[in-house]
Design a protein around this ligand. Sequence first.
Ligand SMILES: CC(C)(COP(=O)(O)OP(=O)(O)OC[C@H]1O[C@@H](n2cnc3c(N)ncnc32)[C@H](O)[C@@H]1OP(=O)(O)O)[C@@H](O)C(=O)NCCC(=O)NCCS
Length: 201
Amino acid sequence: MTARDGAEGAGGGPAATHEEAPGPAADRPATKPTAASRTTLSHIMTASDTNLLGTVHGGVIMKLVDDAAGAVAGRHSGGPAVTASMDEMVFLEPVRVGDLVHVRAQVNWTGRSSMEVGVRVLAERWNESTPATQVGTAYLVFAAVDEHGRPRPVPQVVPETERDRRRYQEAQIRRTHRLARRRAIKELRERRIADGLDTDD
Ligand SMILES: CC(C)(COP(=O)(O)OP(=O)(O)OC[C@H]1O[C@@H](n2cnc3c(N)ncnc32)[C@H](O)[C@@H]1OP(=O)(O)O)[C@@H](O)C(=O)NCCC(=O)NCCS
C-alpha cells in the first residue's frame, strides 16, 4: 500500500543554496519541491518475512526501503530511475511479525542526474494504538536514466523547510565523502597495479 505524504514540509521559504553546480541550466528540467515526491510505503510483517531468529529479515526491510526510494526517485525525476548505491542502512530495533512498518522516503539532494533519497523506517503493532517507533534509516543514491539506460538530468530539489534544508546539507556532506572514498580507492588500485602487486584477476 502506498500513500502520498505530501502535506508535510510544503511550507514556503527560500530555496536552498546549491553549492555544486549540477550542469548547464539549458539541459536540466525545472525545480521541484521535496514535498512533491515524498512517499510512505506501509506493509504488515507476516511469518514469511522472518529470519532464523524469528524476527523480520533485514533483507525484507531493505527491499521495502529500495521500493519506497525508487518510487520517490521516479516521481521526482518524472521517469525511470535505478539504484546506484545504498549506504548507511542502519537497523535500530528488531522488527517483529505483526508489526505495521512504514517506510518514509524523500529526495534529500539532487545532482545532475543523481538523487540522494533518505528513508526512515517506523514500526507499530498492527492492532494497537501505540505510537510508531523508528527502527531504521537508510540513504540511497538513484540515477535517472533514459530509454537506453543512460543518465538523464533531473529537476533540482528545492528543500522548503529547515528540516529539509538540514537534510540537503547533510546529503551534500555524504556526497563529498562518497566521491572522495571512490577516488581514493580507485587511485590505490591503480597504484597497486602500476607497482605490479595486483596481477591475479
Ligand atoms: C547508475 C548508473 C546509471 C550510472 O551510470 P554511469 O555510466 O556510471 O554514469 P555517471 O558516472 O555519469 O553517473 C551518473 C550519476 O550517478 C552517480 N553515481 C554513479 N555511481 C554511483 C555510486 N556508486 N554511488 C553514488 N552515486 C553514483 C554519479 O555521481 C552521477 O551523478 P550526477 O550526474 O548527479 O553527478 C549505472 O552504473 C547503472 O546502470 N548501474 C546499474 C543500476 C541498477 O541496475 N540498479 C539496480 C536495479 S534498479
